[in-house]
Design a protein around this ligand. Sequence first.
Ligand code: FAD
Length: 463
Amino acid sequence: APVILWLRRDLRLADQAALAAAVASGAPVIPVYILDDDTPKHRKMGAASRWWLHHSLTALDADLRALGSRLILRAGKSDDVLCALAEETGASAIHCMRHYEPWWRNAEKAVASGLSTGCAFVCHDGNYLLPAGSVTTGTGGQYKIYTPFMRALWQHMPPPVPLAAPAHVAAPHTWPASEGLNDWALLPTEPDWSGAMADMWIPGEAGARHRLEDFADKAKFYDEKRNLPSVAGSSFLSPHLHFGEISPAACWHATMHAGGSVDVFLKELVWRDYAQNVIVQMPEYGAKNARDAFDRLPWRDLSDPAVKADFVAWTKGRTGYPIVDAGMRQLWATGWMHNRVRMIAASFLVKHLLIDWREGEKWFWDTLVDADYGSNSVNWQWTAGTGVDSNMFVRIMAPLSQSEKFDAARYIREWVPELAGLQEPYIHDPDEYGARPKSYPRKIIGHKAARERALKAHEVVKS
Ligand code: FAD
């Protein structure tokens, strides 16, 4: 009897424990990807992620074919589809990698209870440095805060040496029917906004490997360069890691001996694990303030047209704050934004515009190619100060001085062409210097006024 390999955000052949187990069973393997918009609490994948998924599945199918296999595509509620496929093929087991989004945990439970007795269901680890929930405090409790979590996890590093991809994947005598990828219509059509994304990214395992090889040489300079938006100082691995096209263990092993400030990079990889650790403890993290007191904060109301206009200006990169606008336009064009600029842009929405972080989280969910339930909600709640860690709300970032401090002029020129002719320091704050070209908007709110409004709104949180 064949075994089923259920693929989700683990679209790779190397260091893929579920694939390795399926191959080791000696049975024919049926790799299946299910487009699931139906499992309860499922967050429908955003538009940029769908673009990525289309290309990643195309690459994975080609890679599987090179090993004598192929990818079967089905759409629907994961447990219904898998149980039916197990029945149809007489499979003896389903292997998958474990995932922690609340909907995937629901789906895993539903599959385990829905399968008939002849079919085993096995979840494997390896999409994270360690299984979420496995790093515990001295008394067996869960960590809520990043730093102690990181220190405890660090004791278990390095992760195991990554597994090589199998040389061959045995095919069944007959393949079950597959839906057509093009019929899923994951790619944008009119308008097709994916041009700059296609220029920047190569979704799939080979693209991920290239990024890692390229970064391994630069990893020692990570700390000096990662905060400079004008420089490509980070790894650009986030969408590849999100879709599981490369394992974190592979990233760790390729860089751990780089020297310099590579530990700073490895600690960022731990943030990824940390975020999963948070959503396992608080599955509603993407929708609920972790600090209840923030439920009282009077966010501005998006049904008011003036507030809506501010929100739209933020999404389109027309706030009059060049660093924010450059970031938001980079996001729209490429599906990615520099981390420092994500912090500045997110803080601007929440504090300068006093708009609920959940609106920003949703926008990022739709537009990021690395949109990740855990990482996105943890970082938004961190920026907003509503999260499990320290209350950051009153630390109001000044976008204009951040722009100067992190030397963002070249970045702004690239993404805000209206300002391309401006020199420093004018480019950081054209309004203030009287250097604003007509085509570029006025600041939608002054820094001082915004700061005062935010701090006043925050008073109800303190009381
Ligand atoms: P590098 O600096 O090279 O870091 C290596 C890897 O570590 C990243 O690929 C990522 O997997 C992980 N990582 C780094 N920083 C973080 C972090 N703060 N939290 C969790 N993981 C991290 N990252 C996402 O992957 N998905 C998201 O949806 C997401 N949303 C964010 C929202 C906000 C408001 C902010 C401030 C940050 C968000 N991040 C998110 C974190 C971070 O910005 C990106 O992971 C990073 O910019 C990706 O670029 P890189 O791969 O070059 O990162």
